[in-house]
Design a protein around this ligand. Structure first.
Ligand code: KIV
Length: 355
């Protein structure tokens, strides 16, 4: 059902529908009268059971595409989970889109655990994968195990780390203590910036063979899936065909078993970089800008808050309050029969204000 919706959306060409209501109203008037129906049926047909690692593995066997988005906070995670996302990746990209770092390198465990906590609290169904930040798995295997357990204790169902053959022992050690691990090869943002920069991976025979060997080694070590980032279409297809675990692509073509995008990219919120592989499913940056401008104008011109946004006393209570206030004033006026003059000659309680 899900696939059919995506297919129908593609058939509509360049139109990007910013929200489901627009999509639904478009459906109602379009030549695709069944789509509105399909979307609501899709919602009703989401299996509400919590997805496990085994469930993700079986999706590959059933050739069901795996939908993954990143998430770092309660509100977005709740929406994604409700709409039937299969996995939520608490990526270290959160360092960039949530905290404003220039790359993922500065992100630390405390920051990741905060994100993971919020996402886990919002998630009932999706499998939550926490990214191990740079430095959290390179300083000895015991330290890596300890940090992976911290992410699991923060509510994640699995962890992800970047690397191929060189991290196989670390991966095995984590799995041996019961932590499910997702691999990440191709472009590895944590180290790419320090070495060759952000480049497409698998363009040469040598680089393709290295990626295939890395994928095989990670599968053998026991990872339950592998992210392929910015890998050429052909190499991603070869890897996907040759593994029994799912590949999750980002900028790696359509043959991968699943896809992942950074949610701030696909919603058009994060504008600092704009990778070619991102499709904007919304332009929320503009929507938010418009809303903020509108708010400022309405507050400045006293349009907001209107009576709809205000709270009122009962009429009788208000009258009583007014009476008691006029009563007070009368009493006070009687007490000061001979009003004293102030320094500037204004009588107190005369209604004229001293400034
Ligand atoms: O941190 C992240 O968001 C990621 C995805 C790009 C796969 O690792």
């Amino acid at each position: 059902m899900k696939h059919r919706i995506v297919y129908e959306r593609r058939q509509w060409g360049n139109n990007t529908y910013h929200d489901k209501n627009k999509l639904l109203s478009k459906c109602e008037s379009s030549t695709h009268p069944n789509i509105a129906d399909m979307i609501s049926k899709n919602r009703n047909h989401i299996d509400q059971r919590k997805l496990t690692v085994d469930a993700i593995l079986s999706m590959k066997r059933k050739q069901e595409k795996i939908c993954v988005l990143t998430s770092y906070d309660y509100c977005f995670a709740s929406i994604c989970d409700r709409e039937g996302i299969d996995m939520l990746l608490v990526g270290d990209s959160g360092g960039m889109v949530m905290l404003g770092y220039e790359s993922t390198i500065p992100v630390n465990m405390q920051e990741m655990m905060l994100f993971c906590n919020a996402v886990a609290r919002a998630t009932k169904r999706a499998l939550v994968v926490g990214d191990m930040p740079f430095g959290s798995y390179q300083i000895g295997i015991q330290n890596a195990i300890k940090n992976s357990i911290s992410l699991i204790k923060s509510g994640c169902d699995a962890v992800k780390l970047e690397g191929g053959i060189e991290i196989v022992d670390t991966v095995k050690a984590m799995i041996s203590v019961g932590v499910p691990v997702m691999g990440h090869i191709g472009l590895k943002p944590q180290t790419a910036k320090l070495w060759q920069g952000y480049r497409i991976q698998g363009k040469t025979v040598e680089s393709a063979l290295k990626l295939i060997a890395d994928a095989k080694a990670l599968e053998k070590a026991g990872v339950f899936s592998i992210v392929l980032e910015m890998v050429t279409d052909e190499v991603a297809e070869i890897i996907t065909r040759n593994l029994s675990i799912p590949t999750i692509g980002i900028g790696s073509g359509s043959s991968c078993d699943g896809q992942v995008l950074v949610i701030h990219d696909m919603l058009g919120i994060y504008k600092n970089i704009s990778p070619k592989f991102v499709k904007h499913y919304a332009e929320l940056s503009e929507t938010v800008s418009d809303a903020v401008t509108n708010y400022i104008q309405e507050v400045k011109s006293s349009i907001f808050p209107a009576s709809d946004h205000s709270f009122y006393m009962d009429k009788s209570d208000l009258n009583q309050l007014r009476d008691s206030m006029t009563g007070n004033r009368k009493e006070k006026n009687e007490v000061k029969k001979r009003p004293a003059k102030t320094r500037n000659g204004v009588e107190p309680f005369s209604g004229k204000q001293e400034h």
